[in-house]
Design a protein around this ligand. Structure first.
Ligand code: KE4
Length: 430
């Protein structure tokens, strides 16, 4: 592969940016390569600095559900630019987007705009702590909620229930307030509540997990969380930064019939521009400044250009058949990938929910983080490298999700299968 320009840019980048990237997973370290630098993207394709085209399944980690550079979004943003693009004041655009979100996700009676998923979850946690007067938060191993200190915490050793930092710079005294249990394990959740009576402010969960690879909730898991939270006076927070407007027009909460107390959004609601949001029941969100005592703020919150991008993206998603199309494409691709791997005798598990999926190199069911980690990440890395050479760009980590956009075509799927077939042959030959 010709990567001279990416290599040169990476050398330059490392002189001025930590690791040469502005977000760790982009460094391609998990797949044993130097990162490719991207020059442009259009539709389902992404183009590297050396001019090579790839079918893109990263989709900017979820936001680009329409495909890249969608003409309607581009026109709307160009028009908006002529009005200036940041005022630090309230605008009609943010009211329209908040109203659209609240209409699509009725549990979000009040919505506060922020500029990233991390800000959304960090703020929702603060609101939960402020509303309940409790400090502890319960999360699930393998779920990622952005990089706020309280979430960069892993389960303490078996003996102790409280968390230990999962990153340098996170105070142990803070990590101790984060409790971590396995995903899909309601018994472990109940145990934590028994061991920490009236101390848990909230449970935060990815209702369909995307950050250990795609892992689906087992029957009754989400409903169980709702019941346990209600019984214990704790808030249920759905982190729908990935799933919000990905699996349906609105929250995956609609599909599962769950009413979380707070919901966090990001990615798609900004359409690729920096937008996050959190919201929920009025009585809870009325705790947020300037109404209430929980402080949260942001210079670029509700940025007019970002709002325009998000609004237009959601408008296009309202078009009839949008979700049916991307779900059908993903179903077809995953079915054909499974067939291909089984014909080649390569054990894989493909977890899919709507238009997001992960191919795990394991023969066992993947239903939580420890089962996800049993998959052969080394084989995934080699697989990634080989399909990349063939012009297919999957996430550079076994523990991420692939996304299909409205711009993907049957021909993209055909070319993807051809690339996978070649990659599997090369893997077998090794
Ligand atoms: P951001 O701060 O990256 O906008 O959102 C944090 C976040 C919160 N909640 C969930 C469920 C998320 O998936 C994320 C961010 N997702 C990762 C990829 N899975 C972003 C990619 C990156 O870190 O570069």
């Amino acid at each position: 592969m010709k990567t001279a320009k990416s290599r040169r840019l990476f050398a330059e980048a490392q002189k001025v940016i930590p690791g040469g990237v502005n977000s760790p997973v982009r460094a391609f370290r998990a797949v044993g390569l130097d990162p490719l630098f991207v020059a442009k993207a259009k539709g389902s394709k992404i183009y590297d600095a050396d001019g090579r085209a790839y079918i893109d399944y990263v989709s900017s980690w979820g936001p680009m559900i329409l495909g890249h550079a969608h003409p309607r979004v581009r026109k709307a943003m160009a028009r908006a630019l002529s009005n200036g693009w940041s005022y630090g004041a309230a605008t009609e655009l943010e009211v329209r987007l908040a109203r659209m979100i609240s209409k699509a996700i009725p549990s979000m009676e009040l919505v506060r705009m922020v500029s990233s998923g991390t800000e959304a979850t960090m703020s929702a946690l603060r609101v939960a702590r402020g509303f309940t007067g409790r400090n502890k938060v319960l999360k699930f191993a393998g779920c990622y909620h952005g990089h706020a200190d309280s979430f960069l915490v892993k389960a303490g050793s078996g003996a102790i229930t409280f968390g230990v930092p999962d990153s340098a710079g996170v105070p142990e005294s803070l990590a101790a307030h984060t409790l971590t249990v396995p995903y899909n394990d309601l018994v472990a959740v109940q145990d934590m509540f028994d061991q920490n009576p009236s101390q848990i402010s909230c449970v935060i969960v990815e209702p369909v997990a995307g950050n250990m690879g795609v892992v689906l909730p087992r029957e009754g898991f989400l409903k169980g969380l709702e019941v346990i939270c209600r019984k214990n006076g704790s808030l249920l927070i759905f982190d729908e930064v990935i799933t919000g407007f990905r699996l349906t027009y609105g929250g995956v909460q609609k599909i599962f019939g769950i009413q979380p107390d707070l919901t966090c959004l990001g990615k798609i609601i900004g359409g690729g521009m920096p937008v996050g949001a959190y919201g929920g029941r009025r009585e809870i969100m009325e705790k947020v400044s300037p109404l209430g005592p929980v402080y949260q703020a942001g210079t670029l919150s509700g940025n007019p250009l970002a709002m325009t991008c998000g609004l237009t993206t959601l408008e296009v998603l309202q078009e009839k058949g949008a979700y049916k199309k991307i779900d059908a494409l993903a179903q077809e691709l995953c079915r054909d990938l499974e067939g291909l791997c089984s014909r080649k005798g390569i054990p894989v598990r493909i977890n899919r929910c709507g238009s997001m999926f992960t191919i795990f190199f394991t023969s066992d069911e993947v239903y939580d983080y420890s089962s996800a980690k049993k998959s052969d990440a080394g084989k995934y890395a080699k697989f990634f490298q080989k399909i990349l050479e063939a012009g297919v760009w999957f996430p550079p980590s076994q523990f991420e999700a692939c996304f299909i956009s409205l711009a993907h075509t049957k021909n993209d799927l055909k070319r993807t299968l051809e690339a996978v077939a070649t990659a599997l042959e090369k893997l077998e030959a090794e």
